[in-house]
Design a protein around this ligand. Sequence first.
Ligand code: GLY
Ligand code: MN
Ligand code: MN
Length: 461
Amino acid sequence: MFPPAVYSERRKKLRAELSTGIVLFLGNTDMAFNYPANTYSFRQDSNFSYFFGLDHPDLAGMLDLDHGKDIIFGNDLDISDIIWMGKQPSIAEQAAKAGISVTFPLIELLEYIGMAVAKGRKIHFAPTYRAETRVQLAGLLGVDHQKVHEQVSPELIRAIVKLRMLKDELEVKEIEKMIDVAYVMHTTAMKMAKPGVVEQQIAGTIEGISLANAGPVSFPVILTVNGQTLHNHYHGNVLSEGRMMVIDAGCENDLHYASDITRTVPVGGKFSQRQKEIYEIVLKANMEATKAVKPGIPFKDIHILAATEIAKGLTALGIMKGDPNEAVAKGAHTLFFPHGLGHPLGLDVHDLEGMGENFVGYDNEVQRSKEFGLAYLRFGRKLQTGFVMTIEPGIYFIPELIEIWKNENRNAEFINYDKVMTYLDFGGIRIEDDVLVTADGVRVLGRPIPKTVAEIEELMA
Ligand code: GLY
Ligand code: MN
Ligand code: MN
């Protein structure tokens, strides 16, 4: 955990954003894997982690705005728990680490909230993503669990987004530590990418590196020779010469700060001419987009800039045609780059996504597009100093999508379908880094992971 003052300060800032009522953060419970006593590894709720830091199940944190009190609700362990789990810090000792001196047994939360509801006081809580939390909230609030979401507090969501989006030095340091572990994961995967190896052997090895050096992976490892499927979690293919392998993987630590890095390498370690040509386009899009990052620029503009680089590169290869700017304006590039350029990164790999993407990535100034491709952009609004974002352009040849577009002759003035058909066996390429928006521009975070053709070929040789 960070020092107690960090959490006190974060809660103080949250108070300043809100007016009246109670702010309730239910920490996560243990989740059953296949029967109640056999659980998944515990993962604390990210908002709870941010404001209270405590990493044990079955806690609740509260800010009573009207009475100026911060409270931790939780149960001290009894001897039967201690026999199985060993001695644990008391709730009061835990709360002190979060800068809190008031604690109550968990059962008292029901009465506290019940009385507040009876008095008509506002209970602020954030959107839920686990049924357990929803059911617990339903019980506390006395509403049907299907109606809990109707009482979520937009005021609280906006306040949380405002605070958590701005990373301080302590947080950036934690993220960078996780990128440094990702360095080992990615370079190990690159060295293992030889013909005959099964994807699972590499995916398992790098997940082990994450566990051995940090904590769990920050999302299920994407490691595949079928990189044209954006979030491909199947690891059963045997690597063969001529394929590219996408590695999209990161880890999180005990404070739950995450990394999220993608590299794409040729199986066997040597790029073919065709692979190199497509790779260089994605690399240029990645580098140009990174260079454009600075406070005040809408992320949507950087997405368009990356898309334009991709359209230019594909036009030079004869895969696209016509004016690249026009092609992007019409959305023709989305056949090859159907996703968004990136997203915030922090305590969640898609930081704050559970608060609702439109609260996080859009505002009155920049609104979400409904167009194919651009609609997937998770974040479009202006960047600010202290934001941590991913930059992750890609080029993919998705046979099923190509078939649909070709049959409709969609954007035919910008796409050379005859040429595209010769790339159906290509797969996909994505290159992803994690960057900090600084007062004067951008800093690519963490130890640089081989990224140019020469760097990758040298590492894999
Ligand atoms: N790891 C999923 C993504 O890059 O967004
Ligand atoms: Mn990723
Ligand atoms: Mn990402």
